[in-house]
Design a protein around this ligand. Structure first.
Ligand SMILES: Cc1cc2nc3c(=O)[nH]c(=O)nc-3n(C[C@H](O)[C@H](O)[C@H](O)COP(=O)(O)O)c2cc1C
Length: 324
């Protein structure tokens, strides 16, 4: 399939894997890229820029296809050394960066000078337009259903994607709730040029996370995610578990007076326990409503082949047949 995204990124299929903390290692990124999509290494999961440089080199040994690095600008008490992470990305010869969180304006000159394509992930049309204005090459539009941080506007993709199509000139990916060929065809119909998936890629053979995490996603329905940190405007969609119930109990008790410190132990430092040790109740971890559409743990190759075959069948037969 050829879209503005496959052309921009030099990939065979318009499918991207979003950055995921403690999931987006070289194993997953290379598997997605080898299968014809765009795999993404999560920059800040690597504790130092030197470690990111090593992870990029490791990924390059596993694939000769394009892959990218996610740089997340989140509210942090001590900001990571972003310029040094960017240097590791440039020196590692990476040609695509997925940015998220705050807008990447301060780093655009360095990224563009290195010929890097910047895809900014955002949750509203106004932020997407800002990304376009500051020179991003594409955006990834994350609807309310997405795993991770859906923002504070609560606009689901059935509205957000066509609204993005109405306003944007640069290509965009539909993100949040994407799982299969149906998602891809629907996203293309609404004006997107491809899809970005998080949760779906965790439940794959190559995702280097504990088997219990994959099985929890397979077992979950679309009713099993919930939102935390609304009152401090850092909303996160997570899989319901015992750790999340502890967070929500504190949120109820503190009400409007809640501060991040009240819940810190349940939301920070949780990922290694969940993803490496399989301690699912250790605290809050992101998961999309799309869990309800995930019923197996295929290889990335099988998953992407299946998505493309289903999309082809839907377009040529189901939709084409309706016109006949
Ligand atoms: C476990 C997990 C961790 C994530 N970590 C990050 C992250 O560190 N940075 C980021 O930009 N997005 C992160 N995301 C968001 C994804 O990249 C993607 O935008 C989102 O999962 C799309 O929604 P979906 O899960 O419905 O596919 C994470 C998502 C999940 C499920």
């Amino acid at each position: 399939m050829k879209t503005r995204i496959t052309e921009l990124l030099g990939i065979r299929h318009p499918i991207m894997q979003g950055g995921m903390h403690h999931v987006g290692y070289a194993e997953l990124a290379s598997a997605v890229s080898n299968a014809g999509g765009l795999g993404i290494i999560t920059g800040l999961t690597q504790k130092t820029p030197e470690l990111l440089a090593k992870e990029i080199a490791r990924c390059r040994e596993m694939t000769d296809q394009p892959f990218g690095v996610n740089l997340t600008f989140l509210p942090a008490f001590t900001a990571p050394p972003y310029p040094e992470y960017i240097r590791a990305i440039i020196e590692g010869g990476v040609k695509v960066v997925e940015t998220a969180g705050r807008n990447p304006q301060a780093y655009m000159p360095a990224l563009k000078a290195a010929g890097i394509k910047v895809i900014h992930k955002c949750t509203s049309v106004r932020h997407a337009l800002k990304a376009e204005e500051i020179g991003c090459d594409a955006v990834s539009v994350d609807g309310f259903e997405c795993g991770g941080h859906p923002g504070e506007d609560d606009v689901p993709n059935f509205i957000l994607l066509p609204r993005a199509a109405e306003e944007l000139k640069i290509p965009f990916l539909a993100s949040g709730g994407m799982a299969d060929g149906r998602s891809l065809v629907a996203a293309l119909a609404m004006g997107a040029d491809g899809i970005n998936m998080g949760t779906r890629f965790i439940a794959t053979q190559e995702a280097p996370v504990h088997e219990k995490v994959k099985q929890a996603i397979v077992a979950a329905s679309e009713l099993d995610t919930t939102l935390i940190m609304r009152s401090i405007r850092n909303t996160e969609r997570v899989l319901m578990n015992e750790g999340v119930k502890r967070v929500q109990a504190i949120e109820r008790e503190k009400g409007a007076a809640l501060s991040i410190n009240d819940i810190m132990e349940h939301v920070a430092g949780v990922y290694p326990k969940v993803m490496n040790d399989g301690d699912l109740d250790a605290g809050a971890w992101s998961c999309g409503m799309v869990a309800g559409l995930i019923h197996d743990v295929p290889t990335c190759q099988d998953l992407i082949d299946r998505i493309m075959a289903q999309a082809d069948q839907l377009i040529r037969q189901r939709l084409g047949g309706m016109l006949a």
